[in-house]
Every structure is written in structure tokens, then in C-alpha cells.
Ligand binder design. Structure first.
Ligand code: ATP
Ligand code: MG
Length: 350
């Protein structure tokens, strides 16, 4: 296994810039996720690492060696594609062994390594099946085995779980992470699913418009987002525009919203407030800002409240109230008092 370093990566398609100024390092045995909306350049970045796309500028360094000009098969990268891309007419074992055959690995060693890889993903019993005789989750594991069998220095995953249903996704997510940690695989994974990225990664790279917005652990990004885009993309967040007035933000609707002004960046002009940090009180007495309840969404363990605060929409998420809780009796259209700790409301650049 080795480290992975991307330096100043850039990709232009004609006049359009798909990726620019991407600097990322993945340590030995670390799993780093590229997270961002559709079209932000995640797949393009991953394919430049694998060697399927030639960068316009920048370098790819694997285990200390510059591989920018090295063809894909000689890069020691194992890639799992979003579509799995299994050969439909070949058995599970032959699919997994294909990369070794291409690399002219002899029959006996090939058989042994294929058997090992299939055991790793718990498919050793199904080696003779064809891909269409497997479930989605099993096909996904064949794709993993096929990437692992070549003993890659760097493991690349492009939306590996996107074809699976919600329940299976959660299971396979855990399996991939356990395997990655057990084998100490240096991994770069692409996803647009924030839950996937938050639960599986050592660190995350948030991308937007071809650029890196922020790099950090899940906690870094959630607690200290660099800007409103990251706050909104990682976890849920109320993003409120306005102008700073003393220790508060005057919303466009005219409400004065307490926030953490100290330490905020000069160009900060939006308030970011996590839904779980908002406290609700039934009735109109006491401290807090009055707001009208526009909707109540029951989510089971939690309840989501959509609030209208002088034209500004706020979302609060609280534990679902129990039998004797006064919050149990409030309904849509009621007025409630909302409040939060000023330190929980961060001023960020838009
Ligand atoms: N071969 C190409 N020619 C021209 N433009 C391209 C090409 N491939 C990708 N692009 C553009 O580059 C940008 C980044 O594409 P990319 O596939 O990397 O996005 P992504 O982040 O993987 O998105 P998704 O989540 O939808 O898979 C997009 O605007 C896309 O339209
Ligand atoms: Mg993609």
C-alpha cells in the first residue's frame, strides 16, 4: 500500500473547466471521500488518478512515484466503477481473474489469488455463477474482489453503493469500511451521499464547481464549516441571509437573530444554524422569538418543525415529544417561541 498525492490537478474540456486546483493527499491506510453535488468533478478527479483521463495540468503521485504519464494498468490502482461493469458472459471467478490474466499472471497463482479475493468478500461459494445469477449486493462484491485481487497500492471507489437499496447500502457500507480498515487500504472514494461519506471516511473533501471547498474530518466539517455551501451540504442547516447588527443578524424579514459574531470572517454575511440546535416552547410567553408553525413532520424518533419567522423559513428537529410533553399538543398554525444558544449560530461567508 502507498500514499496518494494529487497536486494542482486540472482538467479542461475545450473551454469548460471540469476540475481545477485540486490538491489532495491520502495517507497510508486512510479512506478519503470526495463529496459534492452532481457535476462538481468527482468522477473526473478519480479517473485522473486511475489514468483513464489525462490531466490538463498537475501531478498524480502514488507511493512517492509520479505516475501522471503512466498508463492505467501500470499504476497499481484498483477501481470499482459505479455500474460494476462486470462481464456478463464470464463467471464470477473469471471476472475477478481478468485483471491478473491481463497482467500475464500464471494460471496457478491466478487461481489462488482469485480464491483469496472471493473469500475476502464471502463469495467463494458462488465462483462459478454468472453475474446475472447474483443479487445486486453480490455483484457489487464481485466488483470489489476484482479491484482487490491485483493488490492495488491505491483503491478507488466511484459511488460503489449507488445501485443498492437503502437497507443493503447500510450493510455493504459497513462491509467495505471493515475490509478497508482490516487490509489497510489507501482509498479514495467518490460519493454524493453525505451520510455515506460521513460514516465511512477518515476525512472528507467537499467539492463544488470543480474545486475543493474544504477538507476535514466529519466533525471538522459539521462543527466548523468554512462557508455556507459546506454547512448546507454536510448535514442539514438553516442558511439565513441578512446584515450583521451588533451581536445579531437582521434577517431580510426584519427579525433580529442572535449569533456568534466574534471570530467570524470579515466577509461573513449568512447565518448557519443546525436544526437540532433550535429549542421550541409552546405558547407565546417567555424568552425567544415568536414563529408560526408551518408544518410538522413526524419522523419517528424525531420530529421536524417548519417554522415561519417573519417570512424566513427555519427548520427545527427535536426528539419526538412524549405523552406529557406540552409540545405534543401543538399543531400547524400555532405560534411557538424559538430560541438557540448564540454560539450555535455561526456567521459564514455566502
Ligand atoms: N468528456 C467530457 N467532455 C466534456 N465535459 C465533460 C466530460 N466529462 C465530464 N464533463 C463535465 O465535467 C464536469 C464534471 O463531471 P464529473 O463526471 O466529474 O462530475 P461528478 O462530480 O462525478 O458528477 P456526478 O455526481 O453526477 O457523477 C461536468 O460539468 C461534466 O459535464
Ligand atoms: Mg460521477
Amino acid at each position: 500500500m502507498g500514499t496518494l498525492l494529487l497536486e494542482g490537478l486540472r482538467k479542461e474540456y475545450g473551454r469548460a473547466v471540469a476540475v481545477e486546483r485540486v490538491d489532495i493527499d491520502v495517507g497510508e491506510g486512510e479512506l478519503v471521500s470526495l463529496l459534492g453535488p452532481s457535476g462538481c468533478g468527482k468522477t473526473t478527479t478519480l479517473r485522473m488518478v486511475a489514468g483513464f483521463i489525462e490531466p490538463t495540468a498537475g501531478r498524480v503521485v502514488i507511493a512517492g512515484k509520479d505516475v501522471t504519464a503512466t498508463p492505467p494498468y501500470a499504476r497499481q490502482t484498483g477501481m470499482v466503477f459505479q455500474s460494476y461493469a462486470l462481464f456478463p458472459h464470464m463467471s464470477v471467478a473469471d471476472n475477478v481473474g481478468f485483471g491478473l490474466e491481463m497482467r500475464k499472471v500464471g494460471r496457478a497463482e491466478r487461481d489462488r489469488r482469485v480464491a483469496d479475493a472471493l473469500k475476502l468478500v464471502r463469495l467463494d461459494q458462488l465462483a462459478d455463477r454468472l453475474p446475472r445469477q447474483l443479487s445486486g449486493g453480490q455483484q457489487q462484491r464481485v466488483a470489489l474482489a476484482r479491484a482487490l485481487v491485483i493488490n492495488p497500492a491505491v483503491f478507488l471507489l466511484d459511488e460503489p453503493l449507488s445501485n443498492l437499496d437503502a437497507k443493503l447500502r447500510a450493510d455493504v457500507r459497513g462491509e467495505i469500511r471493515a475490509l478497508q480498515q482490516r487490509l489497510g487500504l489507501t482509498t479514495l472514494m467518490v460519493t454524493h451521499d453525505q451520510e455515506e461519506a460521513l460514516t465511512m471516511s477518515d476525512r472528507l473533501v467537499v467539492m463544488e464547481g470543480g474545486r475543493v471547498r474544504q477538507v476535514g474530518t466529519a466533525e471538522d466539517l459539521y462543527e466548523n464549516p468554512a462557508d455556507a455551501f459546506v454547512a448546507d451540504f454536510v448535514g442539514r442547516c438553516n442558511i439565513i441571509r441578512g446584515t450583521v447588527e451588533g451581536a445579531a443578524l437582521r434577517s431580510e424579514g426584519g427579525s433580529l437573530l442572535p449569533c456568534q459574531v466574534e471570530g467570524a470572517r470579515k466577509n461573513a454575511s449568512v447565518l448557519a444554524l443546525r436544526p437540532e440546535r433550535i429549542t421550541l416552547q409552546p405558547g407565546t410567553d417567555g424568552a425567544g422569538i415568536p414563529a408560526r408553525l408551518a408544518a410538522i413532520l413526524y419522523l419517528g424518533a424525531q420530529t421536524e418543525y417548519r417554522l415561519d419567522l417573519d417570512g424566513t423559513t427555519l427548520t427545527a428537529i427535536r426528539a419526538t415529544p412524549t405523552e406529557n410533553d406540552a409540545m405534543r399538543r401543538i399543531k400547524t398554525g400555532d405560534t411557538v417561541k424559538v430560541s438557540w444558544d448564540a454560539a450555535a449560530a455561526r456567521l459564514l461567508p455566502a
